[in-house]
Design a protein around this ligand. Structure first.
Ligand code: SF4
Length: 78
């Protein structure tokens, strides 16, 4: 789980995604598959519980294309 989930967003690179849906199996509450078989990710906005973040982390680790990443959107330094 990211250290500060309130400042974390899930990024999914549609150009890398091959639509195998592993992420959707692991975190169906977050990931979805479009009609053209490219995954997308819902955004948390700090509302997800620990279990959901654990599922997201599992999806990040499981994605064979490394298409999913977690971004810290902290505004520090801006
Ligand atoms: S696991 Fe990765 S490649 Fe597979 S659908 Fe999800 S984002 Fe796309």
């Amino acid at each position: 789980m990211p250290e500060d989930v309130s400042m974390t967003r899930v990024r999914l690179d549609a150009d890398l995604c091959e639509g195998h849906a592993l992420c959707i199996q692991l975190a169906p509450e977050v990931f979805d598959l479009s009609d053209d078989e490219v995954a997308s990710a819902a955004q948390a906005d700090g509302q997800w519980d620990q279990g959901t973040w654990d599922n997201v982390k599992s999806a990040v680790d499981a994605c064979p294309r490394q298409a999913i990443s977690l971004l810290n959107i902290s505004t520090k330094g801006l």
